[in-house]
Ligand binder design. Structure first.
Ligand code: NAP
Ligand code: ZN
Ligand code: ZN
Length: 346
């Protein structure tokens, strides 16, 4: 077995605390990565608090993982020891269903294996990146550029691909008006990609004090969603709204801001179901859609795009001891825009 140490929640009621555990031996198709940085996604908090479904405990969260390969299995072709590598939200899938064959492993008909809070095919729970090292099949590890600041690359593995994928799927770009709802970890990446793809980008935010920073990210406009006049002025404006909000919120108010044929794309995953009166869709032939992370080929495409266009996340590097207070700040929207754990502090 491969010894590992990390931070785990022992139950949904307890804070994260140091925990030692074992990972599998490095198999013929596996690589072992020494983790240098791991991003803090709001999904980590949803899951350790059982907000989506009953979790598997002890739970080591973290699916924005970057580091260096320290061991390779005998049949590994993609990586060499010493190279940088990343791991996102998945570590396995069936590889035989239509979705897997198309590189849409996130929609695997047989269910993908999550990087943590998931049961591996070997019947052992998976443990995430708030830890010293990870053993993963090479097919689910990604190549990283050594030209970008590594800590700021970590959030690309979830916040990056989760926003890149829907913008590519709906071909958002020049001539489109895109609104990004919620300026957190996902939202700020959506702004960067939207701008890079040529769209006119508006941030819809509950936080008036984020306006200046939003403009620095490249956003063209900023709407404070508690300001009735600003909301009324945005009526019928957008081709797409990318909704990254983590908490319960009312979608019909935003549907009014879409143009005819507009699409409201949900990537934020609050616990409570949305209530969407059908009349808010009929007038203007509007759609509400969803999108989940992204497949392995598209994740590599996104990482390569970021390397080419010098795109990384805006981060605040934290000591792992401060994870609980960082979660509290994230819930308050008080992070610009992603916490990343420096694993040297473990
Ligand atoms: P985050 O950094 O906490 O950002 C969420 C943002 O939502 C906040 O910064 C805030 O922006 C806004 N917000 C928070 N509470 C709100 C409220 N009550 N009403 C309106 N807006 C509110 O979270 P994140 O890591 O970006 O994740 C966002 C969501 O996406 C989470 O639910 C997460 O689980 C989900 N997620 C989904 C996928 C997927 O595959 N679809 C992947 C990763 C994450 P303002 O201050 O600008 O209002
Ligand atoms: Zn995530
Ligand atoms: Zn599959």
């Amino acid at each position: 077995m491969t010894p590992s140490k990390g931070y785990a929640a022992q139950t949904a009621e307890t804070d994260l605390a140091p925990w030692s555990f074992e990972r599998r031996d490095v198999g013929p198709h596996d690589v072992e990565i020494e983790i240098q940085y791991c991003g803090v996604c709001h999904s980590d908090l949803h899951q350790i608090k059982n907000e989506w479904f009953p979790g598997i405990f002890p739970m080591v969260p973290g699916h924005e993982i970057v580091g260096r390969i320290i061991k390779t299995g005998d049949h590994v072709k993609k990586f060499k020891t010493g190279e940088l590598a990343g791991v996102g939200c998945m570590v396995d899938s069936c590889r035989t269903c239509d979705n897997c064959k198309e590189g849409l492993e996130q929609y695997c008909d047989n269910g993908n294996v999550g990087t943590y809070n998931s049961m591996g095919k070997d019947g052992v729970p998976t443990y995430g990146g708030y830890s010293s090292n990870i053993v993963v099949q090479e097919d689910f590890a990604l190549h990283l550029s050594d030209k970008l600041p590594l800590a700021a690359v970590a959030p690309l593995l979830c916040a990056g691909i989760t926003t890149y994928s829907p913008l590519r799927h709906w071909k958002v770009g020049k001539g489109h008006k895109l609104a990004v709802l919620g300026l957190g970890g996902l939202g700020h990446m959506a702004v960067k990609f939207g701008v890079a793809f040529g769209a006119e980008v508006t941030v819809l935010s509950t936080s008036p004090d984020k306006e200046e920073a939003a403009k620095l990210l490249g956003a063209h406009h900023f709407v404070v969603t508690s300001d009735k006049d600003q909301v009324a002025a945005a009526k019928g404006s957008f081709d797409f709204i990318l909704d990254t909000v983590s908490a319960t919120h009312s979608i019909p108010m935003y549907l009014k801001m879409l143009k005819t044929n507009g699409v409201h794309i949900c990537v934020g995953a609050p616990t409570e179901p949305h209530v969407i009166p059908v009349f808010s869709l009929l007038g203007g032939r509007k759609s509400v859609a969803g999108s989940g992370i992204g497949g392995i080929p598209e994740t590599q495409e996104m990482l390569d795009f970021c390397a080419e266009h010098n795109i990384v996340s805006d981060i605040e590097l934290i000591n792992i001891k401060d994870i609980t207070t960082s979660y509290a700040r994230m819930v308050k929207g008080d992070v610009r825009y992603r916490f990343v754990i420096d694993m040297a502090t473990l």
